[in-house]
Ligand binder design. Structure first.
Ligand SMILES: Nc1nc2c(ncn2[C@@H]2O[C@H](COP(=O)(O)OP(=O)(O)OP(=O)(O)O)[C@@H](O)[C@H]2O)c(=O)[nH]1
Length: 399
């Protein structure tokens, strides 16, 4: 396989997007307009009967001899399906009968692990897809009509009976966000169901979440195949770094505030810890204009632990994100990192790497009001001198 010609390397496009967004409809449209391209299709979802496969069979017009439809279903999203996907893609690529592989991912799947499948050598199965295939384009389909309803829903997948299995505690909004934040092309589908001004608002918000992707509007899946096949757009590193909040953090030192496409974002950085109770009160009155925020927090009562924060729509998650380097003794630092332990750019002699750094993305953001009210949740000068442990802290113990 090592001496496979470049021409033999099969390009792959992956369609992701929440349940019902229109992936199968787009897939069928592309298949019906594929211009002689010999396409192998992999469709997988988690239901017992692979309804998407049925729909492709009926609508896609795959010819029996030249094309192939592979159905995958009923596996755990993170392990079985990934192993199956590796094997299927390897098999299709080695058959040498196809010009292209088109994958419709499950509606509750995150695109990143699927993309990873193409970029690393699977030691267990001894499969290296990068020698046989080239990931060409990661596409995420968004339902223009339901987007805000899902984005602003507090529901988990479990509450909608859509979970991938036991222990799947993901919220709908976080799944949507993950799908939007990792892609090369974003298709806003079902545009026929939404007024122009609503579409503009949606496109603006999606731009804020995902500044790098090409955005395409579609109705009934009418996407020109050239825009998602053989695009040469995929780049793993670029895609991994393409989320709006990551880009905002990276350019923090050049342009502290950006205003593009009507959406704005800024980074809130402080080297003073939050008062937990006041911070939670602040979060309870969440500023509606903020669509997405993410970052790291320094809480006075948890002085050793960095807390990660992620908000999308109405969902807000706080979780422990590891120890501050400054909380470790010299001995522990040497044991973890050797003599050269990491010093973040925010390091100072008194507090080390402890810092709060939050990216806010939103429309018509009142930056000053957000900063002013957040500052009110920081420890006061007087509290800084008192006992931090005694401050009221309603967060659960495990943070
Ligand atoms: N009005 C309208 N309906 C659409 C459009 N695209 C798809 N639909 C309908 O929306 C429903 C869901 O479309 P699918 O293509 O099956 O969506 P999917 O993303 O494959 O769904 P899952 O496989 O469940 O994740 C179907 O009834 C489609 O006919 C569109 O642009 N406009």
């Amino acid at each position: 396989m090592d001496n496979k010609k470049v021409d033999d390397i099969i390009p792959v496009t992956v369609l992701s997007g929440y349940l019902g967004a229109g992936k199968t409809t787009i897939l069928n449209h592309v298949l019906n307009n594929r211009d002689g391209l010999r396409v192998a299709v992999i469709v997988y979802d988690l239901s017992e009967v692979n309804i998407d496969a049925e729909l492709v069979r009926e609508g896609g017009g795959l010819s029996r001899t030249e094309e192939k439809l592979v159905e995958m279903s009923n596996g755990c999203i993170c392990c079985t399906l990934r192993d199956d996907l590796l094997q299927e893609v390897e098999k299709l690529a080695k058959e040498g009968r196809f010009d292209y592989i088109l994958i419709e991912s499950t509606g509750i799947g995150e695109p990143l692990p699927v993309a990873q499948t193409f970029t690393y050598v699977d030691e267990d199965q001894n499969i290296d897809l990068s020698k046989l295939t080239r990931l060409d384009c990661m596409v995420t389909v968004v339902d223009a009509y339901h987007f805000w309803q899902d984005f602003n829903s507090p529901e988990s997948l479990q509450q909608r009976n859509q979970e991938a299995g036991e222990g799947d505690t993901r919220h709908v909004v976080h799944l949507l966000t993950d799908q939007v934040e990792f892609c090369d092309v974003l298709i806003i589908n079902k545009c026929d169901m939404v007024r122009e001004e609503e579409l503009e608002k949606l496109e603006t918000a999606l731009r804020g979440l995902q500044p790098r992707a090409r955005i395409i509007r579609a109705s009934h899946g009418n996407v020109d195949p050239k825009r998602i096949l053989n695009t040469g757009l995929f780049d793993f590193d670029a895609a991994s770094q393409s989320a709006g909040w990551i880009r905002e953090l990276q350019k923090e030192h050049h342009t502290p505030e950006t205003e593009e496409y009507g959406i704005s974002s800024f980074v809130y950085t402080r080297k003073v810890p939050f008062h937990p109770e006041r911070l939670l009160k602040w979060m309870a009155k969440w500023p509606k204009a903020v669509v997405r925020s993410k970052g790291i927090l320094w809480l006075a009562t948890r002085n050793n632990t960095a807390i990660s924060f992620s908000q999308a729509g109405v969902s807000r998650q706080l979780a422990p994100a590891g120890l501050w380097v400054a909380s470790l003794s010299e001995e522990e630092r040497r044991a973890y990192f050797g003599t050269d332990y990491p010093k973040s750019p925010d390091w100072d002699d008194k507090w080390g790497d402890r810092v709060t750094k939050l990216v806010f993305i939103g429309m018509d953001l009142n930056k000053e009001a957000i900063i002013g009210s957040l500052d009110g949740a920081l420890l006061t000068d007087e509290e800084m001198l008192g006992s931090w442990r005694e401050l009221a802290d309603p967060l659960p113990a495990f943070y």
